[in-house]
Design a protein around this ligand. Structure first.
Ligand SMILES: *Cc1c(COP(=O)(O)O)cnc(C)c1O
Length: 435
């Protein structure tokens, strides 16, 4: 399969090139040349398939031409070593819980898949080691670090802003050791991102060592997120009769990678009637749906901080998918936006009426689905992270003392190891040269 750039100014790329490069040379996002439809028989029988087998079928449509069958199967099976259950919240409203992976957020799926696919490709090259640089404001670092942990031939450097990530988040990438190095930057998230970007542009450094990015725009992180939409449909088919009701899927969205993967699934034939994108106060996409004008803004800090994105990268993929047709995009996806005060109220109400603890991101999804659902529809919203990842906020809003799941508690027992770094590129470069 060939990949083109959404900016249409870069040469076609192979999957191998698209995965190693991440971003296209013209700064566009890679898109597969075609999206294959899966046969009707696949959807007829989907509820009888195990998650891994179902995902393997989906993965073949994207990667089957470029990755040897047994290797692809192994990558999919290793990636999905945990379940993504569908849970009923109230009549016709379900949640797809994506927080049962090692770092308790949906990003585990894409990060684990990408780590294994990158390893597959670099084994075919002569390089001794590939170095992944990733800047994080909290959640991406943990998913990427854990996704790559122990993967041979790859070393990961996680750059994070000193004192700006929660202790739980920090413990998920500073206690791992092995092939993971955490770098504590004296600065803010933007400084971390600037250091990484400068490193990719520095010729001397790139001649010295092979650098790559595990950014969420990478096709190997983005496309595997389609897997669990199929699983949601299969589980709903098992839980109830779907025939007379049409399925609506609601996705708490920030950079819009997750929902775009769902739209790809729909193109492959997955019977989803429509999608809802739930925003927090960073409502660039919501405003676009109202006005037809895409107007990125600096991000605002909210309690659903993984959705604090003022210029959603994957907007380029959505416009490409619908050939820039605003009306077509509005037909496929509707929007909603919630301020922090709304999010707190939603969490409290859902807890009181359903005894279900939403995290601040899932809360946006739940409310957008509940208020948007019509009588002939059944809906599922994505719970993108475990509430315990935001324990302090959740406890203060709900007046609870929620339990920290064992994997999180284990991280917190580990010894923090990190390298202090200034925000000057010269210091970072010297450090990398001495590795
Ligand atoms: C990353 C993230 C999101 C946003 O997902 P996008 O693919 O960027 O739209 C939502 N919730 C949580 C918990 C996240 O970590």
């Amino acid at each position: 399969m060939r990949y083109y750039s959404t900016n249409l100014q870069a040469p076609w790329a192979t999957l191998h090139e698209a995965v190693v490069k991440g971003l296209a040379p013209d700064k566009g996002l890679y898109m597969p040349e075609s999206i294959k439809r899966l046969p009707y028989s696949f959807f007829e029988e989907i509820e009888n398939l195990a998650f891994q087998d179902m995902a393997f079928e989906v993965s073949k449509a994207f990667f089957g031409e470029d990755v040897e069958t047994n290797a692809l199967k192994q990558i999919v099976y290793d990636t999905l070593s945990f379940e993504t259950p569908v849970v009923e919240i109230e009549e016709n409203i379900y949640t797809l819980e994506l927080f049962h992976g090692p770092t308790l957020a949906f990003k585990d799926v894409g990060a684990r898949f990408m780590a294994r696919l990158l390893q597959y490709f670099i084994k075919q090259e002569s390089h001794d080691q590939v170095n992944v640089l990733v800047a994080t404001s909290g959640d991406t670092g943990s998913a990427v670090a854990n996704g790559f942990l122990g993967v041979d031939g790859i070393h990961v450097y996680v750059l994070y802003p000193k004192g700006k990530v929660s202790r739980i988040q920090e413990s998920q990438f500073t206690t791992l050791g092995q092939n993971i190095t955490a770098i504590e930057v004296d600065g803010v998230f933007d400084d971390c991102q600037a250091l990484v970007k400068q490193a990719f542009m520095d010729t001397e450094l790139n001649n010295h060592m092979k650098l790559t990015s595990a950014n969420s725009i990478n096709v190997a992180r983005f496309l595997p997120q389609a897997f669990y939409y199929f699983n949601a449909y299969a589980q709903l088919k098992k839980l109830r009769q779907l025939d007379s009701k049409e399925l609506v899927v609601c996705v708490p969205s920030g950079n819009f990678g997750n929902i775009t993967a769902g739209l790809f699934g729909q193109r492959m034939g997955l019977p989803v009637k429509r999608f809802i994108a739930a925003n927090n106060a960073n409502d660039i996409f919501y405003q676009y749906l109202q006005t037809g004008i895409y107007s990125p803004k600096p991000s605002k800090q909210t309690i659903a901080n993984a959705m604090d994105v003022g210029a959603p990268s994957n907007f380029a993929r959505i416009t490409d998918l619908y050939k820039g047709d605003w009306t077509a995009i509005k037909d496929a996806v509707s929007g909603a936006t919630y301020a922090d005060t709304d999010i707190k109220r939603i969490m409290a109400t859902c807890y009181r009426t359903n005894q279900y603890i939403l995290d601040p991101h899932g809360a946006c999804g739940y409310e957008a689905l509940k208020t948007g659902l019509e009588t002939n529809e059944v809906g599922v919203f994505l719970e993108t992270a475990h509430p315990a990842k935001f324990k302090e906020k959740v406890d203060s809003i709900l007046n609870t003392d929620i339990e920290i799941p064992r994997p999180l508690a284990e991280f917190m027992k580990g010894q923090k190891q990190s390298i202090p770094m200034s925000n000057s590129f010269e210091d970072f470069k010297t450090f990398l040269f001495n590795q």
